[in-house]
Design a protein around this ligand. Structure first.
Ligand code: MN
Length: 499
């Protein structure tokens, strides 16, 4: 998927005029070189734009307000080359609303032992200039990322690159609109939530539409458009008839093709980037959207099943954060379904009735057509595959009544030991960190859901930083987790975030 905007990040250097024009010329030149080299490195996913050196209260305030207004600006990177008295930054920072990165670096990598004098020291004093600036940002309680190290270091560049993707998740969050074409599944608690609070915290618009309005849009899709998409499916995927009549099978697939086109047109027309459905509320739709939803997720739409709008929005956010990533391995809604409890081989089989995003697939993707054990519609066509190995994160955003909590579990994805020929759905399989028992215990203590927004590409650190920017609680379950300390994390969350 591609982002709709050509995002850029501004590079603002703090300084002062205490050391004369020559020093300021050097400061500007050093910043120009750093920005050029960062852009040339090929590590950063977005361009860095050099801004004039910030010295006065007026210019600082003006620059931050311009950053607010510029739709393509996704964040500001600040570095204090010399010393920039931090009171000059108060008004600008107070009015600034976008992501902030403090790059704590220095132009020269090594102390120039043979030539260093006081002029050099005064010009290259970010070691204390950045502390002055950091003090003010901390005093003001502003959320920001701090990256420390020389600007030529690969690790520093990768940290900036990672933060840029977090920043996209932050600025794009308030542009996420979720279409509900069904209410939440009856009696289910964890998929519920306060939609007003979600708009206040995350900027999400979550709106309901009668399912038959979107079913009409599906019905309006022409046979020729539908057949063209069916041809595309038949070119791209393996067809597993499994004894079914080929023509009847194709008619079932065509229903999903018509749903894919109809849904996408309806979402585009009404400007929604995420959708929820519910198997128990399908109106005039002939099948539960399966293959259709899988394809929409692949294109970058968020999705949540059984009315789960929080998961739909989170899948969308995580797809935006990983958009355009080289060698991306995929992001999807998943559901904890069935355990393997054999000692040494413990893990959770991830699946859903149908709706798993094919971006996480490894190996061939097939179309199957099978009855659904729930609901009252015709057998839906769906894409079936297994998923990649390697680390990933499963996230669950829950509403605790007085606040949202984001639970972030680092998981290790594996292949299942044997094929599961009778299972007609896409799957993944993982062991939660730090181990199956501790991971599951912590997840349940934290109140985590059975639906998750999962990604191989977005990191736990990025999601934790995203949560911090949203002003909500985040808890991590990973190789550092032990239950005694985790319970303290939850108690601390109650103190800080509870009402
Ligand atoms: Mn479900």
């Amino acid at each position: 998927m591609k982002l709709s905007k050509n995002y850029k990040f501004w590079f603002c250097t703090g300084s002062q005029d205490l050391y004369g024009d020559e020093c300021l010329r050097n400061v500007a030149e050093h910043s120009r070189i750093i920005v050029d080299e960062l852009n040339k490195s090929g590590v950063l996913p977005f361009e860095v734009v050099l801004k004039p050196t910030l010295i006065t209260n007026e210019l600082i305030r003006k620059t931050f307000n311009e950053a607010n207004i510029d739709e393509d600006c996704a964040g500001v990177i600040v570095w204090c080359h010399t010393f920039s008295p931090a009171k000059s930054w108060i008004l600008g920072l107070q009015e600034y609303r976008k992501p902030l990165l403090h790059l704590h670096t220095q132009f020269n990598e090594e102390i120039p032992y043979d030539t260093i004098d006081m002029d050099f020291m005064n010009e290259n004093q970010s070691a204390h200039g950045d502390r002055e600036w950091g003090h003010m940002v901390t005093r003001m309680g502003i959320e920001r990322k701090v990256v420390v190290g020389h600007w030529t270091s690969q690790a520093v560049r990768e940290k900036i690159a990672s933060w840029m993707r977090t920043a996209i998740g932050i600025v794009e969050s308030s542009h996420v609109r979720v279409m509900r074409v069904a209410d939440n599944m009856r009696n289910v608690a964890v998929t519920e939530g306060d939609k007003v609070e979600a708009q206040l915290k995350f900027g999400w618009e979550v709106d309901a539409y009668p399912v038959n309005e979107i079913a009409e849009a599906v019905g309006a899709v022409s046979e020729s458009d539908t057949n063209a998409l069916v041809d595309e499916y038949y070119d791209k995927y393996e067809i597993l008839l499994e004894g079914r009549d080929a023509d009847e099978f194709k008619r079932h697939v065509a229903v999903q093709a018509q749903i894919e086109i109809g849904f996408e047109r309806f979402l585009e027309e009404k400007n929604y980037q995420a959708i929820v459905t519910h198997f128990g509320d399908l109106g005039a739709l002939k099948q539960l959207p399966g293959l259709a939803i899988q394809r929409l997720m692949e294109k970058g739409y968020g999705f949540g099943a059984e009315g789960d709008w929080k998961v739909a929005a989170m899948v969308r956010i995580m797809k935006l954060m990983s958009a355009g990533m080289k060698d991306a391995k995929g992001t999807s809604m998943l559901e904890d379904y069935t355990y393997n409890l054999v000692p040494g081989k413990e893990g959770i089989l991830q699946a859903h009735m149908l709706e798993i995003c094919p971006t996480i697939a490894e190996g061939p993707i097939s179309i199957k057509c099978q009855p659904l054990s729930m609901g009252d519609r015709e057998d839906p066509a769906r894409l079936v595959f297994t998923s990649k190995e390697g680390p990933g994160i499963a996230t669950s955003l829950i509403d605790l009544g007085d606040r949202f909590r984001l639970i972030i579990n680092s998981v290790d994805c594996k292949k299942v030991e044997k094929a599961m020929p009778k299972l007609p759905v896409a799957t993944a399989f993982w062991t939660p960190q730090p181990d199956f028992a501790t991971g599951c215990e912590a997840w349940i203590l934290a109140g985590g859901a059975h639906h998750t927004a999962f990604s191989y590409d977005v990191t736990a650190e990025q999601m934790g930083d995203w949560a911090a920017a949203m002003g909500i609680e985040a808890v991590y379950i990973d190789n550092n987790t032990n239950i005694r300390d985790f319970k303290k994390d939850l108690m601390l969350g109650n103190v800080v975030f509870g009402k």
